[in-house]
Design a protein around this ligand. Structure first.
Ligand SMILES: Cc1cc2nc3c(=O)[nH]c(=O)nc-3n(C[C@H](O)[C@H](O)[C@H](O)COP(=O)(O)OP(=O)(O)OC[C@H]3O[C@@H](n4cnc5c(N)ncnc54)[C@H](O)[C@@H]3O)c2cc1C
Length: 313
């Protein structure tokens, strides 16, 4: 079975999501990758090491990649492609939608797992992650957008893939040029990649109390996250938000401070290996998914934790 993976370069390298998708795809069939970005032997080598047999490379330069990447991919995949996997980035979604329109096939989004058994079966979550549904697709190819961190990237020892560079297709009036890009400045580990995440909720009480989260995270070498309630209150930027409409994290340890455990938050962090919750309400739903729960006032518990960590050093 021919399986294609779309991936866009991030900071000069293959995105983590691309490596995760290639790892999954190699269990389903022969893997080809549509790679959008400047490209490098290192990036293509990483794709090969994770199981890609071939890479089609499109360098969009300053052109917004959505339209040309979809056009190039529609040409490249050929008749034998049965499944195309996308991640959840803005470009991934843009290309997936445009490609679906070109090929006349539907898109199945929000996927947590994909299996091949005659057709393509896609497992996704609905109702804020409270229910899982399996959709069987008879479309050929089937286009699937997967949730962040649905799969774990692991090299397979594969060699360098065959790389074919393609020219930027002419997409006429759909062409758009990127004139400026802005990256939000941040300190410390990346929230989505951190092995420890300290998250604060409305229970912190005020924006300046987030300093407690910063201090605890810094002592643990972790990243700081938050709930939508604190983002909406303007205590922290949107980039901190964990949950259904924020980021998905899967750290080794997730420490939830003053967070009730609303399902829209939980869907973004329930894959964490160990969840520690600090909440003054013993009936808070977060304790239902916590491995370790501390019933208490976070303004007393967190400073004690910080003191204990400082004493240990
Ligand atoms: C479409 C939609 C999408 C959404 N997407 C997201 C999302 O991506 N991420 C997200 O987080 N939310 C999201 N939400 C909002 C979500 O439903 C909740 O409103 C939000 O997660 C609640 O945040 P919270 O836990 O900080 O606040 P609250 O629910 O108000 O909980 C605060 C908790 O702090 C505890 N507390 C109070 N004082 C203390 C103290 N001194 N010490 C210890 N504990 C204390 C309380 O007991 C309470 O449990 C979404 C909602 C909708 C409708």
């Amino acid at each position: 079975m021919a399986v294609w993976v779309f991936t866009e370069e991030v900071d000069g390298s293959v995105s983590q999501s691309g490596l995760e998708l290639v790892t999954k795809a190699r269990d389903l069939g022969d893997v080809s990758v549509m790679y959008v970005g400047e490209g490098s032997d290192e990036a293509f080598g990483a794709l090969g090491a994770h199981g890609a047999g071939s890479v089609t490379h499109l360098d969009p330069g300053s052109t917004l990649p959505g339209a040309p990447a979809a056009a190039a991919m529609a040409d490249a995949i050929g008749d034998s492609c049965s499944l195309i996997l996308f991640g959840a980035s803005n470009t991934d979604r843009d290309v997936a939608g445009r490609l679906a329109a070109r090929l006349g096939v539907p898109v199945i989004a929000n996927a947590l797992d994909v299996a091949v058994n005659g057709g393509v079966s896609v497992t996704s979550e609905i109702l804020g992650g409270t229910k899982a549904v399996t959709t069987t697709s008879e479309a050929s190819p089937t286009i699937v957008i997967t949730r962040p961190k649905a799969f774990v990237a692991a090299p397979s020892g594969g060699g360098a893939p065959v790389v074919t560079a393609v020219d930027l297709p002419d997409v006429g009036a759909c062409a758009a040029t990127v004139t400026a890009s802005h990256a939000e400045e941040s300190e410390g580990p990346d929230l989505e990649a951190a092995s420890i995440v300290v998250s604060g909720g409305r229970g912190l009480g005020a924006a300046d109390k987030f300093a407690l989260m910063d201090e605890l995270a810094s002592l643990l070498g972790g990243a700081v996250g938050g709930t939508r309630a604190v983002v909406d209150a303007g205590w922290v930027p949107y980039s901190y938000q964990v949950g259904q409409t924020g980021k998905t994290v899967k750290p080794d340890v997730y420490i939830a401070c003053g967070i009730s455990g609303a399902m829209q938050h939980v869907v973004g962090m329930k894959g964490s290996s160990t969840i520690i919750a600090i909440n003054k309400d013993p009936d808070a739903p977060i304790f239902g998914i916590a491995d370790l729960g501390i019933v208490g006032d976070l303004h007393s518990v967190v400073p004690q934790l910080i003191d204990a960590l400082k004493a240990r050093d």
